[in-house]
Write a protein that binds this ligand. Structure first.
Ligand code: PLP
Ligand code: COI
Length: 355
């Protein structure tokens, strides 16, 4: 792999006391091209604009998939990646569904590790902070007819991250719009899934809600996920989360929360979960907590769930009593190397020296 280091680092301009998600990008980026059926020209180079033909399929037919993962520092400023092989696998699952080539594991992992190593100074050091890493794959050629591209570009960029949501969330159960449909691409991180959620999310925002709680597209009676988060409900003393299916993105944070909760002895159920169960639980008080989780969002609890123009407030528990915050801490402690890692999720990043 070729490495071209920047001669003009922007790190001095980065205000680590005021981190705004996605506002500043680390000094370098990784690129690898797919041409004539082969992956060629892997390179780490200064972050900068890229140029493609206007007929590239990514611009017309949305042949694009991405991932989201994080690097964390511990107290000694050692750097750790969290379950990167899960992102690698999911990226290729998304690529397969969008008729894109698989990225070889060595290209993904070497590119990722070297890039984050070179840009390790961009990883904020405080608890809960991290470097958000965005691998993505786009179609870079085409002939304007609607068929898959022959050429692709795989890239990785990164941005310093702090808390994504600064407050508990107000969520609206959506009964009109859908994020995904059975047989579609909801289980992938296809770029278009996000574009199509912007309009209904804006409508919800205008009514004072932070996010939408998506329901199944055919009946709108089953809970799926919320924004960029999988969801959990502490209902009748069990942690219930909708079982991942082809409408739901199977989250790495969600899987980690399930493993942690089970290890801590909380009963967990991954199953189909109806809107009416949630509404009954809100009315009866048997729904004690509800929260979303994801790489960017980490864990965020909901304070209000709205259904058919009625707002239901969740119990106003103190922070110490919240399962969501307890599990969040367990997760962050592992990510920041502050506790044992019984699951082997942390990968320590070696330091290489590059010319
Ligand atoms: N659901 C959607 C739609 C997402 O965009 C994300 C974020 O990546 C998640 C769930 C959570 O997935 P993960 O925990 O792997 O980040
Ligand atoms: C993530 O949590 O990795 C996401 O994909 C959220 C992102 C769309 C901001």
């Amino acid at each position: 792999m070729k490495i071209e280091k920047t001669l003009h680092s922007r790190i001095q301009k980065m205000d680590f006391n005021n981190i705004i998600f996605g506002n500043q990008y680390s000094d370098h980026m990784f690129c690898s091209e797919f041409k004539n059926g082969k992956w060629i020209h892997s390179i780490i180079k200064p972050f900068g604009n890229i140029m493609f033909s206007p007929i590239s399929l990514v611009f017309h037919y949305g042949q694009a998939v991405f991932e989201g993962m994080k690097a964390y520092k511990d107290r000694n400023e050692e750097v750790f990646l969290f379950r990167p092989e899960e992102n690698f696998k999911r990226m290729n699952k998304s690529a397969f569904r969008l008729e894109m080539p698989a990225i070889p594991e060595n290209i993904f992992m070497n590119g990722l590790k070297k890039l984050i190593d070179i840009d390790r100074n961009w990883i904020p050091k405080h608890y809960g902070q991290s470097l958000y890493i965005r691998p993505f794959l786009i179609a870079t050629n085409g002939v304007l007819s609607a068929k898959p591209s022959e050429d692709y570009m795989f890239m990785i960029i990164s941005t310093p991250a702090d808390t994504y949501y600064k407050h508990p969330l107000k969520i609206k159960i959506e009964e009109k719009y859908s994020r995904s449909a059975s047989g579609g691409v909801g289980f992938t991180k296809a770029a278009g899934n996000y574009a199509s959620s912007f309009y209904p999310t804006r409508l919800a925002n205008e009514k004072g809600y932070d996010q939408i709680l998506w329901t199944d597209s055919s009946t709108h009676t089953m809970i799926e996920e919320s924004g960029t988060m999988n969801v959990f409900f502490y209902l009748k003393n069990k942690l219930v989360t909708p079982k991942a299916n082809d409408n739901i993105l199977s989250g790495i944070t969600c899987k980690s929360i399930i493993s942690l909760a089970e290890k801590e002895g909380f009963p967990v159920e991954e199953r189909n979960l109806s809107v009416s169960e949630i509404i009954e639980g809100l009315k009866s008080g048997e729904l004690k907590e509800a929260f979303g989780c994801g790489t960017a969002a980490v864990v965020n609890y909901f304070e209000t769930i709205s259904f058919q123009e009625n707002d239901y407030d969740l119990p106003n528990l103190s922070e110490e009593k919240r399962i969501s915050l307890y599990l969040k801490k367990r997760l962050l402690d592992i990510q920041h190397n502050l506790s044992e890692d019984p699951f082997g999720w942390r990968i320590r990043l070696k330091k290489y020296h590059y010319k």
